[in-house]
Structures are given as structure tokens and as C-alpha cells.
Design a protein around this ligand. Structure first.
Ligand code: FE2
Length: 434
């Protein structure tokens, strides 16, 4: 059986089976002629189909006279029962399908939302996916401590004032709200009494909101609230983390004023190289951290060495300076979040041909971050003022990098630097001793 235009269709063989069962139960026999077409039975009264003249002409009943007359009546009852079961089964299937589609949509949304990097991206992704999922014409996501972001998917201009007012009401009352324009708003709450904002959506582009849509929006709103709140907490921690890093970099600068700004410039050059090679955003962030902190170990060196800008280092002083990569690693070794950048810090003075320090490893054994930082570090060292050696201009420094490609530097890293850096923003604000 199936549904066609809202009518339960009982194929002729089903009707025949029903009548045969009814006939057998009354000790009668039912014979049929071939049917030319299916017979339709209405949902309200499926048994009526049995009374159609076309059907009767093709049916022959045999049996005791007092029972033959009851066959069609019994068959009608049976057909009604079957039709009711069919309808129940169809509704159940429809509900399961709807639930499955909602789950699939929520899953897709959670994936999409999980990939959104920062809070503004998350807000945009939540709003867009919610509006798309329920075919809303427009909507807004309001954060109680921030702005209201809008999306308009319909052809008509949205009433921003009305939708944002409804969102604010839902957030302030911490309760779902609807208005006469068929807008719907749901609070975004991380706990029962702690709304952080609200999601409001305009009318559907077609039809009206069904209970399944509302259920899905409630689930989405709960998920969105958690996502936004955890994103905010994470960003707060990230800000704290980077403030700490900045303090560390300032400590390096304070310890060795002659290299002021060096770490930040190396970070900037490394970042340009990372972007040029298409490094992932996550890796770019780690590389930038490594670049900022590559000389952290210098804070463990005596001031007499770092402040000696007038003469070349003695052999004994040089041996101490060569320890700064390992001192940097030992300082950061207990910071779990920085575990991945320790090789870059420890290896940034290794050379591609194995003639560097502290361990003399070479080639691809040197971490990619270290190979990149090494080029950026050298370029900045060459182009910043040093009293014991003439400063190179950008062109000379680039030529130097090219000349040392394959021995001191990874050729790939040199090529990245040449491609990504024009030298136009070179500043001469510090001194660096290699
Ligand atoms: Fe260094």
C-alpha cells in the first residue's frame, strides 16, 4: 500500500486478499476476474472501494446463502483495520524520517560550527546554519554583552528593529518568544538562569514552523550557547596566554636592549613565509610563538655578554652564548601548550649542512619551524644596526641568504623568504649578534 495525493491506495491484489480472507472465515469461496486498474480507497472509509460497481462485476462469491451476504461486510471491517494500521505506520515513518533529517542537520551544523575559528565566525555560522536549517527568511543573533548580527535570506527587507527587539526580550526573560509577525526567538543559555543572548528567526520562506523545526532550534540554541561561551572562555585564556608570551618577549628585550624588536620582526617574517607556503592557521600560530620566543634563553646569559656591543665576543663568552637555545628549551619545557615549539627554539641555530649548534643536526632533521626561523632570524640580524659590523641593506641581505642557501639555510625556506618578503618594511631599530 502507498499514499498518493493523500489517498490510501489499496492495490487490487490487497483488496482481493482481504475479500478472500473474509470469505474463508465465513466458509465461502471468492473468485476474481483480472482487474483493468487499481481501485482507490479513501482514507476515511477504505471499505467503500469494495462496493464500487466495477469491482463487484469482477467478483464472484460462492457459499452458504446466509454467509455470502456477510463477506463484503466482513471484508470492509478488515480493510478499515488494515488502512488504520497503514496510516499509523506511515505517520511513524514520516516522524522517524523527519527526526533523522533533523539529526543529520544538527550533525552537519555541529561540524560547521566546530570549524568556526573565532567568536564572530561562530556567531555568523550559528545564525547562517539555523536560518538555513529551518528555511527562515531572516534572523539575528544577539549577544547581551555585544552586538546583534543579522542575516537576510528572503527577498524582502527584514524588520531589523522588530527581530532584534524580540531577541532581546527572549534573552532578558530567558524564555522563548513569538510575535504577531511569526518571528520566533530562543534564549541562548549556558545554564538555567544565565542567558548570554538569543537567536531570533523570521518567518519561513515557505509554510509555517512545525513542531520539529522548533525542537531542532531549541537543541541548536543549547549547543550554540555552549559553543559561544566556551569560545569566549577559550579566547579569554588565549589572551592571557599571549599576554604572558608578550611579557616574556619584553623580558628578552629588557635583558638585551640592542636587539629590541628583533623577536617581533622574526615573528612577522616567519608568518609571511608560513602564509606563502600555505601552512595551516594552527601551525602558523605555533610558528609565530616559536619565532617570538626563539631567543628566550638569552635571559639566562650574563648582562656583560649581552651588553657588549663594542667588541667581538671572547671564545669563553661565545661558548656561553651558544647555550641560549638549550636554556630557552629548559625554561619552556614545563609549559604543556608550548611543547610543539621546543624543537624550533632548541634548533634555530642549527645549519642545513650540519655545521650549526648546539647539536650539529642537519637537513630535514632540523624542524621545519627552526629552518624557517633561521632564515628570518639571519635576515633581521643582517639588516639591523650593529656597531661591530656594517649593516646590510635589504638587497645585500637577500643576496647573502641566496648565497648560503643549501649550506646554512634550507633552500626551500630561502625561496619562501625571497617570494614572501620584499624588504620594504625593514626597520633598523636594533642590533643582533649571531
Ligand atoms: Fe638565537
Amino acid at each position: 500500500m502507498s499514499l498518493r495525493d493523500g489517498i490510501i491506495v489499496l492495490p487490487s491484489e490487497h483488496l482481493e486478499a482481504v475479500i478472500k480472507i473474509a470469505a474463508e472465515s465465513l466458509e465461502c469461496q471468492a473468485d476474481f476476474f483480472p482487474l483493468e486498474q487499481d481501485i482507490f480507497s479513501s482514507r476515511d472509509d477504505p471499505g467503500e472501494a469494495l462496493l464500487l460497481p466495477e469491482f463487484r462485476r469482477k467478483l464472484q462469491l460462492k457459499g452458504p446463502k446466509n454467509k455470502v451476504g456477510k463477506v463484503l461486510e466482513t471484508a470492509k471491517k478488515l480493510a478499515k483495520e488494515i488502512s488504520a494500521k497503514e496510516q499509523e505506520s506511515f505517520s511513524l515513518t514520516q516522524e522517524i524520517t523527519e527526526r533523522y533529517e533533523q539529526l543529520a542537520t544538527l550533525f552537519e551544523m555541529s561540524e560547521k560550527l566546530g570549524m568556526a575559528g573565532d567568536n564572530p565566525s561562530r556567531v555568523a555560522a550559528i545564525l547562517d546554519t539555523a536560518a538555513t536549517a529551518v528555511s527562515a527568511s531572516c534572523g539575528c543573533l544577539l549577544m547581551l554583552d555585544g552586538d546583534c548580527r543579522f542575516v537576510n535570506r528572503g527577498e524582502r527587507e527584514m524588520d531589523r528593529e522588530a527581530v532584534s527587539a524580540l531577541a532581546r526580550r527572549a534573552a532578558e526573560r530567558n524564555h522563548p518568544e513569538v510575535d504577531e509577525k511569526k518571528y520566533i526567538a530562543l534564549p541562548l543559555s549556558v545554564s538555567e538562569n544565565l542567558p548570554i543572548g538569543a537567536l531570533a528567526l523570521g518567518p519561513r520562506t515557505e509554510g509555517i514552523y512545525r513542531s520539529g523545526d522548533v525542537k531542532m532550534l531549541v537543541t541548536l540554541a543549547s549547543y550554540a550557547a555552549l559553543l559561544l561561551e566556551s569560545g569566549r572562555l577559550y579566547e579569554g585564556l588565549e589572551t592571557l596566554f599571549f599576554s604572558t608570551i608578550k611579557s616574556m618577549v619584553e623580558a628578552i628585550d629588557a635583558k638585551d636592549p640592542s636587539t629590541r624588536g628583533h623577536s617581533e620582526r622574526v615573528r612577522r617574517y616567519s608568518s609571511l613565509m608560513a602564509q606563502k607556503m600555505g601552512m595551516s592557521i594552527q601551525d602558523q600560530k605555533m610558528l609565530e610563538l616559536a619565532a617570538l620566543l626563539h631567543d628566550l634563553g638569552k635571559i639566562g646569559l650574563p648582562d656583560s655578554i649581552l651588553n657588549n656591543v663594542k667588541s667581538r665576543l671572547t671564545e669563553e663568552q661565545w661558548q656561553l652564548v651558544k647555550q641560549h637555545p638549550e636554556i630557552g628549551v629548559s625554561i619552556l619545557t614545563h609549559v604543556a601548550q608550548l611543547k610543539n615549539i621546543l624543537p624550533a627554539i632548541g634548533q634555530h641555530h642549527e645549519r642545513y649542512d650540519g655545521s650549526g649548534y648546539p647539536t650539529g643536526i642537519k637537513g630535514q632533521d632540523i624542524s621545519l619551524f627552526a629552518r624557517i626561523i633561521s632564515v628570518a632570524d639571519a635576515y633581521d640580524a643582517m639588516t639591523t644596526q650593529r656597531s661591530y659590523r656594517p649593516t646590510f641593506d635589504s638587497r645585500q641581505a637577500l643576496a647573502e641568504l641566496r648565497d648560503n642557501s643549501g649550506n646554512q639555510f634550507d633552500p626551500m625556506a630561502v625561496e619562501l623568504f625571497l617570494q614572501s618578503f620584499s624588504g620594504a618594511d625593514n626597520q633598523t631599530t636594533g642590533h643582533e649578534r649571531k
